[in-house]
Design a protein around this ligand. Sequence first.
Ligand code: PLP
Length: 374
Amino acid sequence: MAIEFVDLKRQYQKYKPQIQAQLEEVMSQASFILGAKVKELEETLAQYVGVKYAVGCASGTDALWLALKAYDVKPGDEIITTTFSFIATAEVIAGLKAVPVFVDIDEETYNIRPDQIKAAITAKTRGIIAVNLFGLCADFDQILAIAKERGLFVIEDAAQSFGSEYQGRKACALADMGCTSFFPAKPFGCYGDGGMIFTNDENKARVIRSLRVHGAGQERYQHERVGVNSRLDTLQAAVLLAKWSFFPEEISRRQEIAGYYTKHLRDFVKTPLMPSEDRCVFAQYSVRFQHRKVLMEFLRQNAIPTAIHYPKPLHLQEAFRYLNKGPGSFPSAEKVSEEIFSLPMHPFLESLEQDFIIQSIKTCCERLKTKAGV
Ligand SMILES: *Cc1c(COP(=O)(O)O)cnc(C)c1O
């Protein structure tokens, strides 16, 4: 059987009865918009994460957008964020005509550097979006301390880290607001787009609930504010409820697989940091290698899929050229983006498949060594 980068087909085969039963319930009740399933999922996940309020929405990107809107981010406001992430993190800032202020990353964790956040604060800074990249939580102790001192809000982009933990607390509960994504390939994915916002702030939760349904007030067709249509689809909530009981086992499998990769690959490629106390769900298992192109090509020839997260930091993207941050602006992110790539990582990866991936990497590295005469 072919190795998949993320094997959603195996996932469906395994959970099929539970998923079909949930979908059947929604369809036979013909309750397709919000309703009991979305509410049940919001309550279940809020309790799991350990916050008071959870609000489902249409995607992880919308979750970030709604969070910024809840802080009434205005044109010209500066929001500090990492230059090494998926574009959605910064896109939502620019979409509100606010200014994404990029900062560099730590070369071990790949997450935003708190000292650089501090240096980037100006009189226009309103808040910070910190990303838990690949599932590893950012340094929230330091980030929150800086934010508190300077009166800034902190949004946690937990799109890749639902289920991760930082100092005994769950991802999504680490800042003023936590945003996650249920995109199919994320650690807790549905079968389409979906997202959720987590907060302890009752007022902001209420504003976001209103924003996601056209700024609705208490009564029908009374609108308190200009909103959007960004609901979590009821069928997607049903898929997530069906998958919920399997989630702890999926996290354990991800950790086992990551541990096994690291044990066997650490002498060949730069393996990711394995937090000893915190828990990482390994949305991606990303390694660094100087001759990335050669190794990826060798793996491709052996039918092993890989991907690059991410080939270009955000400040070098065409979309952000107007910010005038050229090459050399953020050396760590630039260096990492030239060396990093991700290996197949999902809970259904079998040990024979993992051994084949590991063996292929070793073979290629050994050949490269001989060639170079090392
Ligand atoms: C996936 C992702 C998002 C966006 O989530 P969508 O559900 O795809 O909109 C935002 N931030 C990060 C870091 C992501 O990986």
